[in-house]
Design a protein. Structure first.
Lengths: 116, 109
């Protein structure tokens, strides 16, 4: 079956512009996660959704970052007034539910964001 | 911070079993051990997870010690495509995956 799909796969934009990243989770997965991975570093948690609600937004780096999810499906991560330090790969993952530790998260291949 | 310790790198001959160790001495009773791998420029790929018992799937086997303080991921017949960074993770807070530095596995022909 189809895995997690992210678009665009690559995005190059100028500093100060807004960007929108999209994630299509695995069908039927109610939990959706956003992570960031800077070059050569580990994953940094940003936010997760259970259904359309975001119980934990603690990882969002600043108020320039926001995310929403609709129809318990597609999610968009928006970065306003991009800065060069926002350059990274943004990864989306989904799992059947967010409860407990027995639900593997399955990742997309990410959006590689480059801020000039 | 990651709650696991892994060797920085390992080599394995193609066709042989790759045994990747992980220490998680502070794991708590309801925390699961997860293994992921990441091949350059791809997203992390889920491999296997377990709580107490040994687990096996089509990709690998997971052996967890009785005291749960360490585990071993076994790739039974490593191929060149298994060359990747392997991450052992103890799932914290129920939902946030925290990746450490991982083990770079190089499969050589």
């Amino acid at each position: 079956g189809a895995g997690v799909s992210q678009s665009p796969s690559n995005k190059v934009t100028e500093k100060g512009k807004d960007v929108e990243l999209r994630c299509d989770p695995i069908s039927g997965h109610t939990a959706l996660y956003w992570y960031r991975q800077r070059l050569g570093q580990g994953l940094e948690f940003l936010i997760y959704f259970q259904g359309n609600s975001a119980p934990d937004k603690s990882g969002l780096p600043s108020d320039r970052f926001s995310a929403e999810r609709t129809g318990e499906s597609v999610s968009t991560l928006t970065i306003q007034r991009t800065q060069q330090e926002d350059s990274a790969v943004y990864l989306c993952a989904s799992s059947l539910t967010a409860g407990g530790g027995n639900q593997p998260q399955h990742f997309g291949d990410g959006t590689r964001l480059s801020i000039l | 911070d990651a709650k696991t310790t892994q060797p920085p790198s390992m080599d394995c001959a193609e066709g042989r079993a790759a045994n990747l160790p992980c220490n998680h001495s502070t794991i708590s009773g309801n925390e699961y051990v997860y293994w992921y791998r990441q091949i350059h420029s791809q997203g992390p790929q889920y491999i296997i997870h377990g709580l107490k018992n040994n687990e096996t799937n089509e990709m690998a086997s997971l052996i967890i010690t009785e005291d749960r303080k360490s585990s071993t991921l076994i790739l039974p017949h490593a191929t060149l495509r298994d060359t990747a960074v392997y991450y052992c993770i103890v799932l914290e807070y129920g939902n946030k995956l925290v990746f450490g530095a991982g083990t770079i596995l190089r499969v050589k022909s």
